[in-house]
Design a protein around this ligand. Structure first.
Ligand SMILES: C[S@@+](CC[C@H](N)C(=O)[O-])C[C@H]1O[C@@H](n2cnc3c(N)ncnc32)[C@H](O)[C@@H]1O
Ligand code: SF4
Length: 449
């Protein structure tokens, strides 16, 4: 698919970290329904845990995450107490001792909880759940505020993977996003992690940032590869100032135009695959021996609210302000504001305020979109057969794909739909053709490319 054709079809569509997406959440899912869902989980089954820490030392203007500036150690201590209370309630409802396939500490910047907070939270997780050598314990790190002593804490609490925010190494871009982080800072954080044996390291980069040029991105990619992380995520900058108010500090005139973004997306893929990384899904790259790369090669890649994962399909329990849980019955999201979150927990109720119960249509479409986002291919006839639908069930969506078929971006043969290598940048657009909620939705999204 050439650049002109892709630019012509590009539009704002969801990132499909779930289907239905958070834009479809309503107040129909509340604390009571969420508790019923937890209680109905099949006894003794594995689960995965995500804890959201919405605090950072300073705010980056480009960031679309739900975060605020850390005010005091007391605030962190209170927040840990709330997370622990939420864990106690969950354990009461799902039963003790369930095996955790994964624990993800995300945010925000979870290391802001401090060593005492991180240790206390981990003890509480260990009290209620079973963690073993197969459990991946991952944490997001801001290299600017990371020290060898914090690395020692992470080792002590059993962290197996760390994810470092970098975004771009150019001073001009760093100033434009209010995030000053010389290359040595990132290198030192990695050294500190490796020194304590945490060598599964991810780096997050972003293309399409203010003042960023393709040359700057190439330099950033080269410097990142020199640090030898096991995974590199390169997200397209999502400019959503109506949602992330801090992005109003970024002048739109400084953002790369659509053609430059497209060039950046292409150069990222060719640079990183040329450097020996395997392309995974729409925005990840991993060394061939990384579990994510192995999962992708074996068709076991999954996508959830935290992005791509090799963790098997188990219920995901989210704790903390704004955290989303993904249970067999549907999705439930906690209050975004920390005060609302705290108020609910203090009165011994869950903080669930929004969500979505999955309909049978949602499950079918969700399966198609997840396979397209992970494998760039889906067997539509097989999906129809397994759900008791006629093979014509997706005819309308397939019709909407006509321009992509014409451009050679998509191939459909005997019920097998595949996105070709030249169509990969259009993956979110192809998924959107199956999205039953998008046509009537008022929600605003970021550009697909
Ligand atoms: C929680 S942050 C990273 C951890 C840590 N707080 C830090 O900044 O180093 C998660 C990641 O989301 C990505 N991200 C945040 N806002 C984004 C946006 N508007 N568009 C694209 N990616 C974004 C960034 O790559 C960022 O590193
Ligand atoms: S990029 Fe990280 S440090 Fe910056 S505001 Fe977002 S979560 Fe906080």
């Amino acid at each position: 698919m050439d650049d002109a054709a892709l630019s012509g079809l590009d539009r704002a569509v969801p990132r499909y970290t779930s289907y239905p997406t958070a834009a479809q959440f309503s107040r129909a899912v509340d604390a009571r329904l969420y508790r019923d869902w937890l209680r109905a989980l099949p006894a003794g089954g594995d689960v995965a845990l995500y804890a959201h820490v919405p605090y950072c030392r300073a705010l980056c203007w480009y960031c679309a995450c739900h975060t605020s500036v850390t005010r005091s150690p007391d605030q962190m201590e209170n927040y840990v107490g709330l997370l622990e209370r939420e864990l106690d309630m969950i354990a009461g409802d799902i039963g003790p001792g369930r095996h955790l396939t994964a624990v993800q500490l995300g945010g925000g910047t979870p290391t802001e909880l401090g060593s005492v907070g991180l240790e206390s939270l981990t003890q509480r997780i260990n009290r209620h759940f079973t963690i073993d050598a197969a459990t991946e314990i991952s944490i997001e790190i801001d290299p600017r505020y990371f020290t060898p002593s914090r690395a020692a804490t992470l080792q002590a609490i059993g962290v197996t993977r760390a994810s470092l925010g970098v975004q771009d190494f150019s001073p001009a871009v760093q100033r434009a996003i209010n995030r000053w982080q010389p290359m040595e800072t990132t290198a030192k954080a990695m050294e500190a992690l490796r020194a304590v044996g945490i060598d599964r390291i991810n780096v997050d980069l972003v293309y399409g940032l203010p003042l960023q040029t393709p040359d700057m991105l190439t330099d950033t990619l080269a410097q990142t590869v020199a640090l030898s992380p096991s995974r590199i995520a390169v997200f397209g900058y999502a400019h959503v100032p109506w949602m992330a108010r801090r992005q109003r500090a970024i002048s739109e005139a400084t953002l790369p135009d659509a053609a430059t973004r497209l060039a950046m997306a292409r150069l990222t893929a060719s640079f990183l695959t040329g450097a020996g990384y395997q392309a995974i899904g729409i925005d990840h790259f991993a060394r061939a021996d990384d579990p994510l790369a192995i999962a992708a090669r074996h068709g076991r890649l999954r996508r959830n609210f935290q992005g791509y994962t090799d963790v098997a399909d188990v219920p995901q329990i989210g704790i903390g302000a704004s955290a989303i849980s993904q249970l067999p019955q549907g999705y439930g999201q906690n209050a975004v504001g920390t005060q609302d979150y705290a108020r609910a927990l203090r009165s011994e109720t869950y903080a669930t305020v929004r969500g979505c119960t999955l309909s049978e249509d949602d499950r079918v479409v969700g399966e198609i979109i997840e396979r397209l986002m992970c494998d760039f291919a889906v067997d539509l006839d097989d999906v129809a057969r397994r759900h008791g639908l006629p093979t014509s069930a997706f005819a309308d969506s397939v019709d909407r794909l006509a321009p992509y078929v014409e451009e050679g971006a998509v191939v459909l043969e005997r019920g097998q739909l595949a996105i070709t290598p030249r169509g990969r940048l259009a993956t979110r657009l192809v998924c959107a053709a199956f999205d039953l909620h998008l046509p009537g939705s008022q929600a605003r999204h970021s550009q697909a490319v």
